[in-house]
Ligand binder design. Structure first.
Ligand code: G6P
Length: 583
């Protein structure tokens, strides 16, 4: 949610070639507007698509120090004036910010009383005025100003400042992610390591309530008292996938097709280098009284499968949506939290694990992005090794989350063979993709779609419905088949499309399909049962749990091809961001 990058270098760097190229890699964090500023006073911002904006930046715009931002709007509409960088009225202090300054109105009023004129509707605009007042008007050092800001500001922030004719970069952070990449020719600051992972594998991760001053050839970090902080350089391993869209029209379909490879890579790593982590997780689950999965969005759907698998093996488990955790769940020191998050940055999940730790709970995480905040706050973390996922909607990472949860279940007598999954994924694609295109043509004008599942396929019904909403913008509801009769069936009319997930030996799902068919619904069956004559999409044989992978793939493909026919923005759906770093 909002991406920020900044570069400081020994030689002048090109804003378009260096800075904005790395910003482009963070576009999935938000795409409402884009902008940059340099320490020699050049700045530009726009609500146009990022590629268009970048192509219009002159190759000759160069600087030693530059900052940039891609926005996911929270406070203030998607307008040119609300786009970052924000600056004071004299255009001396330029700022990019990810997060929310909760008490911005109070800080703003105070600054307005001092005579500063605000022009935007954003919370972020208080930052340049605050630092202008402290550093330029009152001639305080950045350190003094930063300490004061950390004391005064409530909320979350990763902030980078550049000051006209000043040759340093300044940064401060609380809760929103921020990393310093160590390059051959200088340094880069960014919301996540993907911004610079093609240039370096060395980074320093900011702690909360710290600030830093970055020179061309040195950096210093400080805590909120102004004491120098010792820092550790992490050498990371990331960015294993081909990073461009290659021959595919969209990242979504490229990422769906990467699954045979990415699932295989994960299985290998869980059987070898991550085996130690798995055995630690076994011990932690053994010591805990209950397991509570915490997640949001697609990761929550994966968590529900985790609950299904563990409860069936006698391990008391629950899954709670992170944003509602506080209202609906109690944690104690006998609780084991399993945080499932692709980005490892979802703020609602971060908040839960921080509070749970205070209560003495242990934290396990299942993340895709290494060194993410959630991983760094975990006692044990498993990586799903799916590589960078560029499309906002999760596909290959969902599959790898499920595989990881199967491996956890294996610690508790889940006996199915997992080594066949990559081939079965391949077969699912080979056998069904053309058929999906035909069905997409039948469905793309429909207004509502229902998806029904039971047991392990209930979360999949929700996952498919979520994808139908977020990609082609089709209203869809994914639900427990058993609940249908308690209300929703009233919406079933002639030709209402209802996708039924019917794994082998599931008479109850078969009856649900018949019940809606009897009311005129257009039933679409996804099954792994060859003997079912009414199957529309046949996926490889498996148990119910693994059926969840193959049936989801049909739903993901369907959402993709309906989206293509509807001509929507597949990889960057409206209003969404891949990494939700605000509450
Ligand atoms: C956003 C993304 C979803 C994702 C959810 C949770 O809404 O658009 O694709 O499932 O956040 O993200 P996480 O990174 O925690 O899995």
């Amino acid at each position: 949610m909002c991406g920020i990058t900044a570069k400081i270098s020994i030689e002048e760097h090109g804003v378009r070639r260096d800075l904005l190229r790395s910003l482009k890699r963070l576009e999935y964090r938000g795409y409402d507007s884009v902008g940059f500023a340099t320490n020699n006073g050049v700045f530009s911002k726009s609500t146009s698509p990022m590629s268009e904006f970048i192509s219009e930046v002159d190759e000759d715009v160069k600087s030693f120090v530059s900052i940039s931002h891609t926005r996911w709007a929270t406070h203030g509409g998607v307008t040119h004036v609300n786009a970052h960088p924000h600056f004071d009225s004299t255009k001396t202090v330029f700022v990019v910010h990810n997060g929310i300054i909760e008490n911005y109105d109070e800080i703003r009023e105070e600054l307005e009383r001092k005579g500063y004129d605000f022009v935007t509707e954003t919370d972020s605009e208080v930052i340049p005025f605050f630092f202008y007042d402290e550093m330029i008007k009152n001639k305080k050092s950045f350190g003094e100003a930063a300490k004061e800001f950390i004391k005064r500001a409530r909320g979350t922030f990763a902030i980078i400042l550049t000051i006209k004719n000043d040759d340093k970069l300044y940064a401060l952070k609380r809760d929103s992610p921020l990393a310093l990449g160590i390059l051959d020719d200088g340094f880069m600051l960014a919301s996540d390591i993907f911004a610079f992972s093609d240039e370096t594998n060395k980074a320093i991760f900011f702690e909360d309530d710290t600030y830093a001053e970055i020179k061309k050839n040195a950096y210093s970090f400080y805590d909120s008292n102004g004491d120098v902080q010792s820092t550790e350089i992490t050498v990371f391993d990331w960015g294993v996938e081909e990073e461009d869209v290659q021959d595919y029209p969209h990242f979504m379909i490229k990422e769906i097709h990467e699954q045979p490879k990415t699932s295989k890579r994960l299985i290998n790593s869980l059987e070898t280098e991550q085996k130690k982590e798995l055995s630690k997780i076994k011990d932690l689950i053994g010591e805990a009284k209950r397991v509570v999965f915490v997640a949001s969005g697609t990761s929550y759907h994966a968590s529900l499968i985790g609950v299904h698998l563990l409860n069936r093996r006698g391990v008391e488990s629950h899954a709670v949506i992170a944003s509602e955790f506080e209202s609906f769940y109690l944690v104690d020191d006998k609780t084991l939290i399993i945080a499932v998050s692709q980005s490892g940055e979802t703020m609602d999940v971060v908040t839960v694990i921080k509070k749970a730790k205070e209560e003495g709970a242990k934290i396990v995480s299942v993340v895709n992005v290494p060194y993410s905040t959630i991983q760094r706050h975990s006692d044990v973390s498993l990586e799903i090794r799916a590589g960078q996922e560029v499309c906002v909607a999760s596909t290959k990472t969902f599959t790898n989350q499920l595989i990881t949860l199967f491996f956890i279940a294996k610690l508790f007598s889940y006996k199915e063979d997992l080594s066949l999954i990559p081939d079965k994924i391949k077969k699912t694609l080979e056998d069904n993709e053309d058929k999906v295109k035909v069905y997409a043509k039948k469905l793309y004008k429909k207004k509502d779609v229902f998806v029904l599942g039971k047991g392990a396929t209930y979360p999949i019904a929700r996952e498919i419905a979520l994808k139908l909403k977020e990609i082609p913008y089709v209203h869809a509801e994914g639900m427990m088949a058993g609940e249908l009769k308690h209300g929703t069936i009233a919406l079933v009319e002639k030709d209402t499309p209802i996708i039924c997930l019917i794994p082998k030996n599931n008479p109850s799902m078969l009856s649900s399909a018949k019940e809606v068919e009897a009311r005129g619904a257009e039933v679409i069956v996804i099954s792994n049962d060859k003997s079912n004559k009414e199957v529309d999409f046949l996926v490889p044989e498996s148990d119910d749990a693994q059926f969840s992978i193959y049936s989801t793939m049909i739903g993901h493909l369907l959402s993709y091809y309906i989206g293509v026919l509807r001509g929507v923005s597949i990889d960057k759906p409206r209003n969404l961001a891949k990494s939700v770093t605000v509450h």
